[in-house]
Design a protein around this ligand. Structure first.
Ligand code: UDP
Ligand code: MG
Length: 324
């Protein structure tokens, strides 16, 4: 029996790209000596993506799809795909053709050499603004500093995962799914595959700066508690300097008497400490909020329909992404 490879494509409003993505992938499949499948995960698109996927699945037995009950976000869409897939290796690729499918044979080659996680690493980001490049650069710097898991720089979700890596990912119970971090957390044999990231084939990115900022916060809070520790150390530092200043003032008063100045300095200290306290209450809140959503243990996604290409089973009972 030859190996089976599934190419997992999360889709959210990609009607303009899907035809081309399907064409490029099927061209590629013809050249591969493994059994291939495309698995589209429709993440609640509000355009015609679903009907296009359905039509593709009707013509082409290599196409399977999962339709989620609404838009759950890319991380959940990928988790749904990884949970429901049955393949020896899974390649995750964006529907907008920013990641070249032509890299997949190289990934398969490395997989056969025994690697479990072959991730595309961008050498160049075409069609992205200077601000996005800069913020991305600093995000990777910060996360590298603060987290014990080594999350590779300039790496997206474009990668090949072996069966055991996929099985490991399924076991992770958290609902806050910062996938890049989780891929790295799993470990096993990982290797980077440098490539040039193209501009989108069609349409615009759904990730604006506010989304990216929240995404970065998710990444940092789910991989380190350092921000919480900073509060303790900063508190210690401030308390210590207060003792020193206090003794200095006592000594000064004893020697020179006390004419009671100091309104401005008092104000500065009060505002500074007030600001610090609010800031760290906010940091606490970020973690608390995430704990809140974890404790609810809601499923990560709901499956409306899972169509397996060429397999006879079509209708599935509704599946949910409850973990653990
Ligand atoms: N995507 C998704 N759900 C969402 C947003 C995006 O499945 O809520 C998919 C989208 O269809 C695409 C991939 O995630 O295949 C990457 O999205 P996008 O190109 O907007 O992001 P960028 O390339 O800018 O990171
Ligand atoms: Mg994109």
């Amino acid at each position: 029996m030859t190996d089976k490879i599934t190419v997992l494509v999360p889709v959210y409003n990609e009607e303009g790209c899907l035809g081309e993505t399907h064409r490029r992938l099927s061209e590629l499949f013809k050249t591969l000596d493994v059994r291939c499948e495309m698995l589209f995960v429709n993440d609640g698109s509000s355009d015609n993506s679903l009907s296009i996927i359905r039509a593709l699945a009707q013509q082409d037995p290599q196409v399977s799809y999962i339709n989620l009950s609404r838009n759950f976000g890319k991380e959940a869409a990928m988790s749904a795909g990884l949970d429901l897939v049955d393949a020896d290796a899974v390649v995750i690729i964006d529907a907008d053709l920013q990641d070249p499918p032509e890299l997949i044979p190289k990934m398969i080659e490395l997989w056969r050499e025994g690697y479990d996680n072959i991730y595309g690493q961008r050498t160049e980001r075409r069609g992205e603004s200077a601000v996005k490049k800069l913020t991305a650069k600093y995000f990777y710097k910060v996360i590298k500093r603060v987290s014990r898991v080594n999350i590779p720089r300039d790496t997206g979700d474009f990668r090949l995962l072996s069966r055991r890596a996929v099985t490991a990912l399924r076991q992770l119970p958290e609902s806050n799914r910062f996938m890049k971090g989780l891929f790295a957390w799993v470990g096993y044999r990982q290797i980077a595959l440098p490539y040039q990231r193209d501009a989108r084939f069609e349409g615009t990115s759904t990730f604006n700066y506010w989304n990216l900022w929240n995404f970065a916060l998710d990444g940092i809070t789910s991989f380190t508690t350092l921000p919480l520790k900073i509060a303790s150390y900063l508190g210690l530092l401030i308390a210590f300097s207060a003792i020193i200043t206090g003794s200095f003032i006592v000594a000064k008063t004893l020697i020179y008497g006390d004419p009671v100045p100091g309104y401005p300095s008092l104000m500065t200290v009060v505002l500074f400490l007030g600001g610090m306290q609010l800031l760290f209450l906010g940091v606490l809140g970020e973690y608390l909020g995430r704990m809140f959503s974890e404790t609810k243990r809601r499923p990560l996604y709901l499956v409306e329909k899972h169509h397996r290409g060429s397999a006879s089973v079509d209708e599935e009972p509704p599946q949910t992404g409850v973990k653990g």
